[in-house]
Ligand binder design. Structure first.
Ligand code: PEP
Ligand code: MN
Length: 360
């Protein structure tokens, strides 16, 4: 599975620098596309992105300029020498983009979640017999198998220059991130397919400008292979995703602040620190196991007294007080909520098991 991958771009294969793809969320006008592209090229960007067809949550939004925008991408290439890329979601998009000479395609998060659409795209590429790099964004929902399935459909259709884009996952409600990163998912993808390049999309994870730099640094620190970042000549006026786009100049500044880590072997100090982490993790497991033991005891009590498992007021108080304690210890509020909810859900699950089991 995904065994014989080839470099996305042979011309950059020897570079020690991660791959950077940048450009507006959407191509809006010829002027905006070319002006953004010129500025990005001046700032050293080599691969340009622009959405030509935009999948919007609700009807009535800007759904992309469509086919005419492909002519602007041709001009970007001619004028600046940058490689170009756009999102494709169906057979016509693929045919039009390939015919227009677009250098790389990406599959959006709503499309990679749809096996019918993925198969249609894979079949079209196979019929066209084009050797083009394709990047697959993670599906909107945190489903690693669905992400892998989308990649496999393209691989089975003969696409060898294949990569993944991590753009975070949708969750209900308000969060610090627009799409929560859940880094363990792309990390697991990396472990399963070590040769598959993974590009991080801090724009769609963060949803706001100020998160681009820290998320990009996190991506480099975790050893991912590159970044795809939205950049617009006048971000505030963008027709889509205005809050998360950077000017090419600011993007250049951000890229220069990032530290690219060397891929060195473990040093002695690092292995001592790792031993410490191993011990702490084992303590954590023991404490968690103890907590669930007590939760089960409470379950037995509730069963005996015919009490409901979840008491909303108690639940809110518990989460609130722990979040306060944790934030005072310099931990992130969203992170605390996530783990506390997971622990609470598991306690409830165990208590329900007890209540439904006549023998306990
Ligand atoms: C995009 O890259 O502009 C886009 C629509 O992203 P996603 O599919 O990740 O939402
Ligand atoms: Mn966007």
């Amino acid at each position: 599975m995904l065994d014989n991958l080839e470099p996305l771009f042979p011309q950059f294969a020897d570079s020690r620098e991660p791959l950077v793809i940048a450009g507006p969320c959407s191509a809006e006008t010829e002027e905006q596309t070319l002006s953004t592209a010129r500025q990005l090229a001046e700032n050293g960007i080599k691969i340009f992105r622009a959405g030509i067809w935009k999948p919007r949550t609700k009807p009535g939004g800007f759904e992309g300029v469509g086919k005419p925008g492909l002519e602007w991408l041709k001009k970007v290439k001619e004028e600046t020498g940058m490689l170009t890329s756009c999102e494709v979601a169906n057979r016509t998009h693929v045919q039009d983009a390939v015919e227009a000479g677009v250098d790389m395609l990406w599959i959006g998060a709503r499309t990679s979640a749809n096996p019918f659409a993925m198969q249609e795209i894979a079949d079209t590429l196979q019929e066209l017999k084009v050797d083009i790099p394709v990047l697959v964004k993670n599906p909107v929902n945190p489903d690693l198998e669905l992400w892998i399935g989308a990649l496999q459909r393209l691989y089975n259709a003969g696409i060898r220059r294949l990569g993944a884009i991590h753009r975070g996952f949708s969750v209900y409600g308000k969060h610090l991130y627009r799409n929560v990163p859940q880094w363990h998912i792309p990390i697991e993808l990396r472990l399963r397919f070590p040769n598959l390049p993974i590009i991080v999309d801090p724009s769609h994870i963060g949803g706001k400008r100020e998160l681009i730099a820290p998320l990009s640094q996190q991506a480099y620190d975790m050893g991912f292979n590159g970044l795809i970042i939205e950049s617009h000549c006048s971000p505030d006026e963008a027709w889509s995703d205005a809050a998360q786009q950077l000017t090419p100049e600011v993007l250049n500044f951000v890229l220069h602040t990032l530290v690219i880590r060397e891929d060195k072997e473990t040093t002695e100090n690092l292995s001592l620190l790792r031993q410490q982490i191993d011990r702490i993790d084992s303590d954590l497991m023991e404490i968690l196991a103890k907590r669930f033991e007590v939760a089960r005891e409470i379950g037995r009590y509730k069963k005996l007294h015919r009490m409901p498992v979840v008491q909303a007021t108690r639940y809110n108080d518990v989460i609130k007080s722990r979040v306060n304690t944790g934030t005072a210890m310099q931990m992130d509020k969203e992170f605390l909520k996530t783990i506390l909810l997971a622990i609470h859900d598991e306690s409830v699950r165990q208590q329900i098991e007890i209540i439904n089991d006549r023998d306990r």
